[in-house]
Write a protein that binds this ligand. Sequence first.
Ligand code: FAD
Ligand code: NAD
Length: 452
Amino acid sequence: MSDQHFDVIVIGTGPSGGTIASKAAEAGKSVALVDSRTFGGNCALRGCNPKKVYVNAGELADQVRRARGKLIEDGQARIDWSGLHDFKEEFTRPVAEGKEDAFREKGIKTFHGVAKFVDQKAIQVAGQRLAANRIVIATGARPSDLGIEGKSLVTTSDDFLQLKQLPRTVVFIGGGYISMEFAGVVAAAGHSVYVIERNEQILSGFDPDLVQQLRKEYESRGVTFHLNATIESISKNDDAADSLRVSMKDESRIDAGLVVHGAGRVPNIDALQLSQGNVAFSENGIAVNEFMQSSSNPAVFATGDCADSGMPRLTPVANEEARAVSKNLFAAETDYVPQYGDVPKIAFTIPSIASIGLSEQKAREKFSDLEVRSGDMSDWGSVRKTGSTVAGYKLLIDSQTGKIVSAHILGPNAEETINLFALAMRFGHTATDMKSTLFAFPTSAADVRSML
Ligand SMILES: Cc1cc2nc3c(=O)[nH]c(=O)nc-3n(C[C@H](O)[C@H](O)[C@H](O)COP(=O)(O)OP(=O)(O)OC[C@H]3O[C@@H](n4cnc5c(N)ncnc54)[C@H](O)[C@@H]3O)c2cc1C
Ligand SMILES: NC(=O)c1ccc[n+]([C@@H]2O[C@H](COP(=O)([O-])OP(=O)(O)OC[C@H]3O[C@@H](n4cnc5c(N)ncnc54)[C@H](O)[C@@H]3O)[C@@H](O)[C@H]2O)c1
């Protein structure tokens, strides 16, 4: 088999792989771009963007329900799941149809299939052998192996976003991002929800006090939490509507029509035959140095969810790593390090919960003189005006410098307000700087002055 030769082969067409391929082509390099699925990656086709369509529907239904007798007379807002699915497709279909053409128009040669290394500078895909001076691995993440009897009966987030009908009872395994975001939507649609979490806390990356507030709100909407719970098996059940049975170690059982995987994602690297390319890896992903270059094969770079960068697996992180790799790929010296700063995290729950910087526990360990400003915002006018009943904040400030160490927010528009803190923290602004800034009123940003 003779090699087709390129300057660079990029494996994966998500936010990081797609960007690197485009930038390399724009710089005049010959580029091969490979994906085993539809071009566009997880964020655009099966993650952030389609998920947000569902969350918007859940928020709307929830807001209408809460506004009944306050902002509006009657509060009937039913989610038509099939219609919602079709509306979501309006956003994903153009990506699936147009993305590959856009790459080709840039002169990029596209390939479909599972890429496997056959040499340090060569891969095989769909029966063809491709070689290059550089290879970028940007293969993202996949759902973890549950290791539970009956795991094949579990629906992944990919499949959840393809459902045309929603069963009356849904179980989520895990209480992280995926479960809590989808659980909010399913509850807003009026269906029964169970969340089974093996640890004592859900949403472990967020402030425990705010998470507790959010959990109580979800419970008031009929979401049942099983914490510190161990699932023993998932099996088929005779009941046509609730056709699955989740059995737990404490002998409790939940019958449901759908069991969804929200138990974490792992680097999607198993199929790549990395050892044939001398590419070192661990269960945390591809081993990279600070320049996102393979620690064992200098011709290889890795970015995004599949790289062991120690960063959260989020799109802005993948984007920044792509920026770094684009600069390093053909440079005489690889010297560009991703400039992550503090990465804001948002779970698009209803309402959303957001966080940037250290947890309170870590901040107390690091700073000897830490000021904590926190409060329940549920009775603040800006929150009550939306009809919402849950909101809170916690800001941690280094008393010696006045700089903001971290910000944790729950409530309406938390997903936007957190970005003000991202900017302030990135450029070292103090709490006083923020408090002295005139934000337009009445807005959630204006509440920041009251928090401070
Ligand atoms: C349900 C869900 C919701 C999310 N919501 C958010 C959010 O709101 N905000 C946020 O910041 N992040 C969110 N994320 C995470 C975000 O989607 C990822 O961090 C981001 O997509 C990572 O980009 P990437 O470039 O690493 O790879 P991906 O976007 O995962 O793309 C990887 C691509 O590689 C391809 N591939 C894999 N293996 C091979 C192979 N061997 N050969 C060829 N091709 C291969 C895959 O088919 C895929 O197209 C969400 C994730 C999920 C699952
Ligand atoms: N808004 C966002 O930015 C967003 C949204 C969705 C997904 N994501 C990305 O996708 C990743 C995966 O999301 P996720 O929600 O699957 O994972 P997660 O890491 O957020 O949460 C997984 C949860 O499942 C629990 N768990 C694991 N195995 C279990 C088991 N057998 N039984 C019960 N509980 C179990 C864990 O303790 C944890 O609380 C996230 O870490 C994030 O990187 C981001």
